[in-house]
Design a protein around this ligand. Sequence first.
Ligand code: HEC
Length: 208
Amino acid sequence: MRCRKLKADLARRLALAALFAALAGCRQDMHDQPKFEPLEATALFADRSSARPLVAGTVARGQLREDQALFTGLEGDQFVSDLPLEMTAELVARGRTRYDAFCSPCHGLQGDGLGMIVRRGFKQPTSLHEQRLRDTPVGYFFDVMTRGFGQMSSYAAQVGPEDRWAIAAYIRALQLSRFTPVEILTPEDLRRLEGDEELVAVPETEVE
Ligand code: HEC
């Protein structure tokens, strides 16, 4: 009786061991399948490199960037002064969400350059309301976001080209918001400016 129990136990252990060996073998096969490691040499090509260059004249799907203005903000070597996308309320609204997420930490929600990171010691950027930046063509903002500027790094990896234009459009809106000529204000706007209590009651929004 006792002997049979021992035998059964041994059989079970052997079966388990065989199972583990088989599983481990399986895993090893997957690891060792034929493939080139990065930078591995090969005798297959004359230059002995397993990493092959792109075939001349081909473009990877989704990477055709023919439209120079749209992808660089330049026309020839000049910054474009017209948005290469249609300017719509949706584009500006989209730009606002992207600006608030990616730019306001330093440039501030209002563009004055006093974002949270700056208040905690990062270099303070020039206010986007400075005359120089009001006069600059819109392509300049696209270029700064794409290639970075001084201590500010590039945002090309986080923010796609269309969103970069949306942000540029929103920066223009921010700039306009501070330099509205008084002549274009409605009588209602003027009363609000002069402190008409009823009109001044604009709902409080969280700013920074
Ligand atoms: C981490 C902080 C930080 C973030 C985030 C940031 N910037 Fe900047 N930005 C700076 C600093 C600092 C400078 C000034 C760099 C210098 O002078 O070395 C600058 C410069 C600029 C300038 C150039 C101003 C000039 O003087 O010509 C523009 C335009 C600009 N940023 C736009 C943006 C936009 C748009 C975003 C969002 C996509 C953004 N920045 C995100 C810190 C930041």
